[in-house]
Design a protein around this ligand. Structure first.
Ligand SMILES: [Ca+2]
Ligand SMILES: [Ca+2]
Length: 269
């Protein structure tokens, strides 16, 4: 096998992978260690209140979700930033999300009455300084969020509570914008959970994601079928040009090329 053939073989194996990628898990929790090195710092969480419509609550150590707090609605907002990228402690873009779970530590439970507490993927930007007014009457399902909730609980929420957020994570791994989630309550018994500012790290919002990285590194936006075809065409043209160049050099130097062990005969002239 020629050097050029070996180079093409290694290039092909490198591009398409010699074996299936394995599933990996990363836990994102404010102040907690990340795989490799460092600690996670990218949680945004707050609440917006209809009765305090121009106030923000981003630095509170808890987040509330209630249909009737002081007679009016309070909505919770949570987002984890810097989840995706090329660093070892990030999820590569183009990954397949096997599971994704948001865990909240609920210290004010809901059961009087038991309602539905839903978690919707946000489609509108917000920050920890957002207010009921800045979000124009709070979060509207279907216009500030996707139409269908990622997950919902209809039983009492108490202590450690998990939401299945697999749908959102897969959307973002595929290049969608991450605006986090709204936590909405249709009952008058509010819940409160610990925020990312709470002093005990283990009780802060936690996102656990299991994923399988793409075998082909995918830039942003994802490499389209046209892009892949163009890449293969460039590789083929490069290989042909290399073969032609090698042939010209051999011809000029008068070197006998070896082809499958058979010596080709060159003219002595
Ligand atoms: Ca916060
Ligand atoms: Ca309550």
């Amino acid at each position: 096998m020629t050097k050029l053939s070996l180079q093409l073989l290694f290039l092909t194996v490198g591009l398409f992978g010699a074996s299936a990628a394995r599933a990996e898990t990363i836990v994102f929790q404010e102040g907690a260690p990340l795989p490799g090195s460092g600690t996670y710092a990218g949680t945004q969480d707050t609440e917006i209140e209809a009765t305090a419509s121009n106030l923000s609550f981003g630095s509170n150590t808890s987040v509330r979700s209630d249909l009737a707090y002081v007679g009016a609605e309070v909505q919770g907002l949570v987002r984890f930033e810097n989840l995706f990228g090329a660093f070892p402690n990030q999820i590569p873009f183009g990954s397949t999300i096997t599971s994704a779970v948001l865990t909240l530590d609920v210290f004010n439970s809901s059961n009087v009455p038991v309602g539905t507490i839903s978690l919707y993927q946000m489609t509108t930007p917000w920050s920890e300084t957002s207010t009921w007014l800045s979000l124009v009457g709070g979060v509207q399902v279907g216009s500030d969020t996707v139409a269908v909730a990622d997950d919902a609980h209809t039983a009492e929420l108490i202590a450690s509570t998990s939401f299945d957020v697999h749908t959102s994570l897969q959307t973002w791994a595929s290049g969608g914008s991450n605006f986090g989630w709204a936590i909405l309550n249709d009952a008058s018994d509010g819940i409160e959970f610990r925020s990312s500012e709470y002093e005990t790290v283990a009780l802060r919002p936690m996102l656990t994601v299991t994923y399988t990285p793409p075998e082909l590194p995918v830039p942003i936006p994802a490499l389209s079928s046209h892009g892949l075809a163009a890449l293969l065409a460039v590789l083929a043209l490069t290989a042909i040009a290399s073969i032609r160049a090698s042939t010209r050099v051999v011809g000029r130097l008068g070197i006998e090329p070896r082809t499958n062990g058979l010596k080709a005969r060159c003219s002595a002239n």
